[in-house]
Design a protein around this ligand. Structure first.
Ligand code: GCB
Length: 606
C-alpha cells in the first residue's frame, strides 16, 4: 500500500491539528456521533494518543469508542481526480464518516487505510469528517486482550503485553488525490547486486477505475540517483532495471535511488509515483546474517513509540532526536517492538542506514507468562477459548498489511511475525505453520523470524525450526537468578550452547535488560541501581562474545516507557530504558557506546 505523496499529478493535504473530540458514552449506533457536531468542548491533537492529553480518568481509562471530528474542504482544482482520506493509524479500530455516510472501517491499530470521498463531495465543497476509534482488545484481535465488566457495570480491559494500551489517532490524517483516468496503485521493488551492477526488479500495478483508454497508455520507469541524474530507464509494468557501478545501501551509509513509476499517454506523463530505493542484498547463510554479502552484527534496541503526553503520537522532534541518540551510542539497528511504527520512521531509517527488524502487533499471545509470573493456574493459549482460528485470521491480516506497507524499505531486513508467543505449548506449531508460509509467499526476498520467550528453551520450543533466524529474549540475572550474576551467567551460557547444538541458525539477542531507576546508585550492585544495570550488561556481553553464532544484540529498551497501571511491579512504567522517558542517559549508555562503536569499527574493517 503506497504512502500518499505529492507529485506533478497528485496532491496531498495534511489534516493534522486539533480536532473536536468526545467519548462515545453509550451505544455508538444510537449516539451516531457522525450525524452532528460533536457535543462538549473538548479538542484533541492529531497525531497523538488521547489517553494522557486530558486530566480526566474517565478519558484515560475509557474502554470503547471515541470520536474525532473536523471540517474539511476538497480543493477546487480536483475535478479530474479521485480523492481519499488516508488514516495512517486508528488504534485499534477505525471508522470514517463523510457527513452521515460510513465510507471505511478498518481493524488493526498500526497500519493505514483509505476512505474514498470522490463521489460524495465535489471539489470546492466542505464536509464533516468524523473518525470514530475503538480501543478494545479481545481474543480475536491482534494484539489480543480480554474485556471484563466490573461490578459497577463499567468495562475494563486486560491484556498480556507490557506496554500501555494507548489509543486514538496517533499518526497523520491526509486528504490526497490521484488522477481519475489511470494511476499507479502499487509498486513493488526487490533489489539485487551482480558484481558492481545494481538490479531493481519491479512490479507496478495500475488502476483504471473508469473503464478507460488504458490501451493507449504505457508504464515507464525512470531511476534517478541522489545527484538527480537519470541512471536507468525501462518500459513495461514488470521487469528489471540495471544500474552500472551502483552505490549500495549499506548499514550506516545509506544511498537511495528514486525509482519513479510513470504512466504515459501519447508522450505525456499522466501519473507518477516515486519509491526511495536502496539497493542491497540480504542472506542468511548457516549462522551468518549477511547484508551485501558481508557479515552483519546487529547493535541497538527494542524500542517503543512512547513519549510523555503524546503516548504513541508520532512526533518528528522525538524521531530525529531518537535517531541522533542511536547514532551517538553506536546502534546500527532496532526492532519495531511490538507493532509497525509510523511510516515516517521507516522512511527515516532508510535515509540514515539504520537496519530494522519489522514486527507485527502480534504480542501477548501467551497466557503462560501471566500464569508463570503470578503463580496463577496455567491457562491454555491455543484453542477455541483464547487464540483460535479467528485470531489467526486477524494475525494473517496483520502480516499482509505490514508487508503491503513496508515491503519497499531497504532498512527492513527481517520480518518478525510475533513477539513471545507461547511457542512451547501444544498447538503453537499448528497455529504458526500457515502464517510462516503466508509471510514467505508475500515476500520471498526477506528472512522471517519470531521472537522467542524465555520459557520456550531450545528443548521445548515447538516452532523455531520454521524460521530463518533465532531471536531470543532472555532475562538471566533479572527475572531469573535476580541479582545473582555469576549464576545467571552460567545458566545463560548453558542455554545458548543448547541452541547452537540444536540449530545451525544465526542468533540475535532481541531483548535482555534490567529495570533501573535513574539516579539510584549502589556500591553493591543492588538490582534497580544504575550500577547493577552496567554489571548486568557486562555479564551478558561476556557471554555473547563467546558465541560466533550470536550475530546481534538489541537491548531492552531504548527508553523507559509507559505500561498498564495494573502491573504492580511497574512504577509509572517499565524502567529498563538505557535512556529515561525524556531521553536522559543512564550510566549504562556510556558503556554501550564504547562497546558498540568498537563493534561497528570491526564490522567496517571486514
Ligand atoms: C519481554 C517483553 C517486553 C517486556 C519485557 C520486560 O519479554 O517482550 O514487551 O517489556 O519483557 O521488561 O518485562
Amino acid at each position: 500500500m503506497l504512502k500518499p505523496q505529492a507529485t506533478a499529478t497528485r496532491d496531498l493535504v495534511n489534516l493534522d491539528g486539533t480536532w473536536r473530540f468526545a467519548l462515545v458514552q453509550s451505544d455508538i449506533e444510537k449516539e451516531a456521533p457522525w450525524s452532528k457536531p460533536l457535543p462538549g468542548t473538548l479538542d484533541a491533537p492529531v497525531p497523538a494518543s488521547y489517553n494522557d492529553i486530558f486530566v480526566d480518568p474517565a478519558i484515560h481509562n475509557h474502554v470503547g469508542w471515541v470520536s474525532y471530528q473536523r471540517t474539511v474542504t476538497v480543493p477546487r482544482g480536483w475535478s479530474q481526480d479521485r480523492y481519499f482520506v488516508r488514516v495512517s493509524a486508528a488504534t485499534h479500530r477505525g471508522r470514517v464518516y463523510i457527513n452521515d455516510k460510513l465510507v471505511a472501517e478498518h481493524i488493526g491499530g498500526y497500519t493505514p487505510f483509505d476512505a474514498e470521498v470522490t463521489e460524495l463531495v465535489k471539489p470546492g465543497e466542505s464536509f464533516r469528517l468524523t473518525i470514530t476509534v475503538n480501543n478494545e482488545l479481545t481474543n480475536v484481535t491482534i494484539p489480543p486482550g480480554i474485556i471484563e465488566v466490573k461490578q459497577n457495570g463499567q468495562k475494563s480491559q486486560r491484556y498480556f503485553h507490557d506496554f500501555y494500551n494507548y489509543a486514538g489517532l496517533a499518526r497523520s490524517v491526509w486528504l490526497y488525490s490521484v488522477p481519475k483516468a489511470e494511476y499507479v496503485q502499487d509498486v513493488t521493488v526487490v533489489t539485487d547486486v551482480e558484481g558492481s551492477t545494481g538490479v531493481i526488479n519491479y512490479d507496478i500495478k495500475t488502476a483504471t477505475p473508469e473503464a478507460s483508454n488504458s490501451n493507449s497508455s504505457s508504464v515507464h520507469v525512470v531511476v534517478v540517483d541522489e545527484a538527480d541524474k537519470v541512471v536507468a530507464e525501462a518500459s513495461g509494468a514488470k521487469g528489471s532495471v540495471k544500474i552500472p557501478n551502483a552505490t549500495l545501501w549499506q548499514p550506516g551509509a545509506a544511498y537511495l535511488y528514486q525509482f519513479r513509476a510513470e504512466i504515459r499517454q501519447g508522450g505525456k506523463v499522466v501519473d507518477s509515483y516515486s519509491v526511495a530505493t536502496g539497493i542491497r542484498t540480504i542472506e542468511v547463510r548457516d549462522y551468518e546474517f549477511l547484508i551485501n554479502g558481508k557479515p552483519f552484527y546487529f547493535t541497538g534496541f527494542g524500542r517503543h513509540e512512547d513519549t510523555a503526553i503524546r503516548g504513541k503520537g508520532h512526533d518528528s522532534a522525538y524521531m530525529v532526536h531518537d535517531f541522533q541518540l542511536m547514532h551517538w551510542i553506536g546502534a546500527n539497528s532496532f526492532r519495531t517492538s511490538h507493532y509497525p511504527y509510523a511510516e515516517e520512521v521507516m522512511d527515516f531509517a532508510d535515509r540514515h542506514g539504520i537496519v530494522v527488524i519489522d514486527e507485527t502487533p502480534a504480542v501477548g499471545l501467551n497466557l503462560a507468562i501471566d500464569s508463570g509470573l503470578f503463580g496463577k493456574k496455567l491457562k491454555h493459549t491455543w484453542g477455541p477459548e483464547y487464540i483460535n482460528d479467528q485470531t489467526r485470521e486477524a494475525h494473517a491480516d496483520s502480516i499482509r498489511e505490514l508487508i503491503a506497507r513496508d515491503k519497499n524499505h531497504a532498512c527492513v531486513v527481517l520480518w518478525s511475525i510475533s513477539n513471545e508467543p507461547s511457542s512451547s505449548e501444544e498447538g503453537a506449531r499448528e497455529y504458526f505453520e500457515p502464517l510462516v508460509k503466508l509471510t514467505r509467499e508475500l515476500d520471498p526476498s526477506r528472512p522471517v523470524c519470531f521472537v522467542n520467550v524465555m520459557f520456550a528453551t531450545y528443548d521445548k520450543c515447538l516452532i523455531s525450526d520454521l524460521f530463518d533466524v533465532l531471536c531470543l529474549n532472555r532475562y538471566y540475572g533479572w527475572y531469573m537468578h535476580t541479582g545473582d550474576l555469576p549464576t545467571a551467567e552460567a545458566a545463560f551460557e548453558d542455554e545458548l550452547k543448547g541452541w547452537v547444538a540444536k540449530y545451525k541458525k544465526p542468533i540475535v539477542m532481541t531483548e535482555y535488560g534490567a529495570d533501573t531507576m535513574s539516579g539510584f546508585r549502589s556500591y553493591y550492585n543492588a538490582p534497580w541501581s544504575e550500577d547493577f544495570q552496567v554489571a548486568y550488561y557486562n555479564m551478558c556481553h561476556a557471554v555473547h562474545d563467546r558465541f560466533p553464532e550470536v550475530v546481534g544484540e538489541q537491548v531492552w529498551n531504548f527508553a523507559d516507557f509507559q505500561t498498564a497501571a495494573t502491573h504492580i511491579f511497574r512504577v509509572d512504567g517499565n524502567k529498563k530504558g538505557i535512556f529515561t522517558r525524556d531521553r536522559k542517559p543512564k550510566a549504562i549508555a556510556g558503556v554501550l557506546r564504547e562497546r558498540w562503536n568498537a563493534k561497528l569499527k570491526e564490522l567496517n574493517e571486514l
